[in-house]
Design a protein around this ligand. Structure first.
Ligand code: HAM
Length: 414
């Protein structure tokens, strides 16, 4: 097939016959985010590359290997967003959103771009629904985010998933942990891959993300960050767990979760399907705003991969909202009747009734075949006779029952 008619590797066309699945997730996510007091934010699809280096971290796989980075015509380095948090944080700083009422609660839908090896559930262009809370530093905030997610999954019919949580502590306890990791991995220095050599020096925690089979084996016996939490961080995490229990949100503690992005502090979590697909993740990021040049401001949030949420729903045979089908198809026989059909469908559409009519000049038989194919709920045929009498038969396309209606006063109230 020619390149022109082939989508780039790792991208996904979301076709009309499955778009209702995306709409189901988006409608529910929007509704629940608004109920929880979040406001939508839309930020550019590309940002200055430096933003992601500073937030996601320049020793992460995302920044080192996966970003779509290019120079624009003025030589500025720009990057297609690999995730949504950095853009929301940048925009909040730039637009003074922290001067308004705090906590600031934002949600977004965004396409993200990561140059990863495509496989089932892993794309180079994918979409995220994300929520972020700025200016709330109590465990209640982390737990409310998880409550929101739990409500959303319930609404979408996702029940067989696991919420895994961990605490990666504050920068202070992280230091001790990084030292312990460095010591542990140094034993294997000779056999570590090139990237891990750099990680060992610059950011030992990223050693745990290495996908090289040899390096990832060392992860099994690596020190666990939870054991290095200071007292304050351990108390914080205990509160998170207690509140989750109080809100009847099930979780398991997985001390191995560290997340692949550098900005996290304290609580981190992931949502995992029965097949092991991580369909969402997030956590607290208390240092991010300062790192980006803003005044100190705490933050926490999560994002779901919408394609993955859909595949988890499919795995559970969850219900999607019905795809939209026309309410009525009005067939016309002859020029005058076709014009009448066009006028009637216009009148109905103006009133919010999805009324379709012929635009191609085909026979009534072909028009009815089309009505059937597009799943019209009702149909009627207008010809000379109907125009003269002002009456037509309205046919239910499923039951095939028909009733006579007045075509000059027809308003489709069923
Ligand atoms: P993340 O874990 O990198 O976190 O991505 C969140 C979700 O996006 C993943 O759980 C997954 O469902 C989806 N995802 C990631 N990469 C791909 C891919 N290549 N193909 C399909 N889906 C993918 C973040 O992005 C953080 N910004 C989340 C966050 C928000 N943390 C705090 N606030």
């Amino acid at each position: 097939m020619s390149l022109i008619t082939k989508a780039p590797r790792g991208t996904l066309d979301k076709l009309p016959n499955e778009i209702h699945k995306y709409q189901t997730v988006e409608t529910s996510a929007r509704q629940i985010a608004e109920v929880y007091g979040f406001k939508e934010i839309r930020t550019p699809v590309f940002e200055h590359t430096e933003l992601f280096k500073r937030s996601v971290g320049d020793t992460t796989d995302i920044v080192q290997k996966e970003m779509y980075t290019f120079d624009d015509k003025k030589g500025r380095s720009l990057t297609l967003k690999p995730e949504g948090t950095a853009g929301a944080a940048r925009s909040a700083i730039e637009n003074g959103l922290f001067n308004d009422a705090l906590p600031l609660k934002l949600y977004y839908f965004t396409n993200c771009y990561r140059y990863e090896a495509p496989q089932s559930g892993r794309y180079r262009e994918f979409s995220q629904f994300g929520v972020e809370v700025f200016g709330a530093d109590k465990p209640a905030c982390d737990v409310q985010l998880l409550a929101l997610a739990s409500d959303l999954f319930k609404k979408l019919g996702i029940s067989k998933y696991t919420l895994e949580i961990n605490s990666i502590g504050c920068p202070e306890c992280r230091k001790t942990y990084q030292d312990a990791l460095k010591k542990y991995y140094s034993q294997f220095k000779q056999t570590l891959c090139g990237d891990c050599h750099e990680r060992l020096e610059r950011n030992p925690m990223r050693l745990l993300d290495c996908k090289n089979p040899n390096c990832s084996e060392y992860k099994t016996a690596a020190p666990l960050i939870l054991e290095y939490n200071c007292e304050t961080c351990a108390d914080y995490f205990n509160n998170v767990k207690q509140y989750l229990t109080a809100l009847e949100i099930s979780y398991i503690v997985n001390p191995k979760i560290v997340r692949g992005l550098d900005y996290y502090t304290n609580t981190v979590f992931e949502f995992i399907s029965p097949t092991g697909l991580v369909f969402g993740g997030g956590g607290r990021y208390n240092g991010l705003i300062e790192e980006l040049g803003g005044n100190p401001m705490t933050g926490a949030g999560f994002a779901l991969g919408i394609e993955r949420v859909i595949s988890v729903m499919e795995g559970e045979n969850a219900q999607f909202n019905e795809p939209n089908t026309p309410d009525i198809y009005i067939a016309g026989l002859g020029e005058e009747a076709m014009l009448f059909a066009l006028q009637l469908s216009h009148k109905l559409c103006k009133n919010g009734v999805s009324a379709q009519t012929d635009l191609t000049g085909r026979s009534v038989k072909a028009q009815m075949r089309y009505a059937d194919k597009i799943g019209a709920k009702f149909s009627m045929v207008i010809g000379d006779n109907e125009l003269q009498t002002g009456k037509a038969m309205l046919k239910n396309m499923i039951t095939k029952e028909a009733e006579e209606i007045d075509i000059n006063n027809f308003d489709y109230k069923r």
